[in-house]
Design a protein around this ligand. Structure first.
Ligand code: NAD
Ligand code: WQD
Length: 349
């Protein structure tokens, strides 16, 4: 275990956190917030969907580096060596595959990484010093919810292989942690967008973006001609779908709050991480245009299969259990996403 180190905030001792998927979009922002809160980080990633240069940017922004090992989380022996060397007290498990459409085409890959990889990780930390486990789950497990806002008791009904792997991983984690001296939080994120306010790190999708904000920002920067809005005939105020967009730095802060909350519980709980506010596709397109300074070119096309009309979170449990609430506005999300996209028009190069 690392020696406790004083820090400039309420974190009194620096525990080491193992962060899987550390160089990915949410992982990289969380590493920075963990370092700022006095934790030490050992990150792992196989760079399947991220770049090594992210490690330099984390060090630049945080003022100190994370320790890092390049590995595939399905390599249990490699993970076990990392755990033995760094003796983490907690794990935040981001590593995984997240593209809904790809999961339909390659379900075997998704079950292997998202479920097999999670089992490998749980195996690697068995009999270790890890007493806190945080998992990146997704609002996708709710499918098309009958009622909003969505709380943690809303029935789950994932409609893609991706969603089913997330739900299965949740159940597996809960079963296995129940046999160990290890508490857990299964965090169901809504729609993360934005970037570190410096614009030095951000989301860098491979190929054509599946998600709304990255696509809109690639239009703004000239990489794409026009955004297709998937349907304006939904039963919503302006006819376009409504989602709960959350700034990635608020989400990262939610993970720091989660680690602290895990000190006070010995259970494994599900918590939604969203803002509690719904924004329509047109709201996002308009806010993005404001941030960029010119409108985002767009046209309305037909609905995309599988899209729910309205999804947003009930944040009551997150506020009560984590003492955490998202603070950043849609304008902040668009400003910071644009800072990233405009400074890095082609992503990490
Ligand atoms: P990301 O793709 O940017 O990050 C995931 C990281 O995991 C990448 O750096 C990738 O290289 C790494 N990785 C993938 N397979 C690996 C393997 N076998 N071994 C080691 N590393 C591996 O995605 P993100 O947006 O940062 O998402 C992080 C987590 O949050 C994922 O589990 C995702 O399912 C979940 N999540 C994301 C969203 C979202 O919209 N971004 C929403 C809900 C949940
Ligand atoms: C948002 C809205 C689209 C692109 C996804 C995953 C979910 C979770 C969060 C990981 C929808 C519309 C989009 C475009 C559009 N991720 N849209 N034109 O589908 O709410 O959730 O990310 O766990 O699992 O499914 O996010 O950004 O794809 O779409 O009109 O080019 O924008 O129809 O209404 P979604 P999204």
């Amino acid at each position: 275990m690392n020696q406790p180190r004083s820090s400039g905030n309420d974190q009194t001792s620096a525990d080491t956190v193992l962060v899987t998927g550390a160089t990915g979009y949410i992982g990289s922002h969380t590493c920075i917030e963990l370092l700022a809160s006095g934790y030490d980080v050992i990150g792992v990633d196989n760079f399947d969907n991220s770049e090594a240069v992210v490690l330099d940017r984390i060090a630049e922004l945080a003022g100190r580096p994370i320790a890092f090992a390049e590995l595939d989380i399905r390599d249990t022996d490699a993970l076990r060596k990392v755990v033995a060397e760094h003796q983490p007290a907690a794990v935040i498990h981001f590593a995984g595959l997240k593209a809904v459409g790809e999961s339909v085409a390659y379900p075997d890959k998704y079950w292997s990484v998202n479920v097999g990889g999670t089992l490998s990780l749980l195996d690697a930390i068995a009999d270790s010093a890890v007493t806190k486990f945080v998992f990146s789950s997704s609002c996708t497990v709710y499918g098309d919810p009958a009622e909003v806002p969505v709380n943690e008791s809303t029935p789950v009904a994932p409609i893609s292989p991706y969603g089913r792997t997330k739900l299965t991983a949740e159940e597996m984690i809960r079963d296995i942690l129940s046999t160990r001296d290890c508490s857990g939080l299964l965090l169901r994120y809504f729609n993360p967008v934005g970037a570190h306010e410096s614009g030095r790190i951000g989301e860098d999708p491979v190929g054509v973006p599946n998600n709304l904000m990255p696509f809109a920002m690639q239009v703004a920067v000239g990489r794409r001609d026009s955004l297709s809005i998937f349907g304006d005939d939904y039963d919503t105020p302006d006819g376009t779908c409504v989602r709960d967009y959350i700034h990635v730095v608020d989400l990262a802060d939610g993970h720091v709050a989660a680690l602290k909350a895990l000190d006070a519980t010995d259970t494994c709980e599900i918590v939604n991480l969203g803002t509690g506010t719904g924004s329509s596709v047109l709201d996002v397109v308009n806010a993005a245009g404001e941030a960029v300074g010119t409108p985002i070119a767009h046209q309305v096309v037909g609905r995309r299969d599988g899209d729910a009309a309205i999804v947003f979170a009930d944040t009551t449990k997150a506020e009560a259990m984590l003492g955490w609430k998202a603070e950043r506005t849609m304008a902040d999300m668009c400003r910071d996403h644009w800072a990233w996209q405009s400074q890095n028009p082609n992503g990490y190069e």
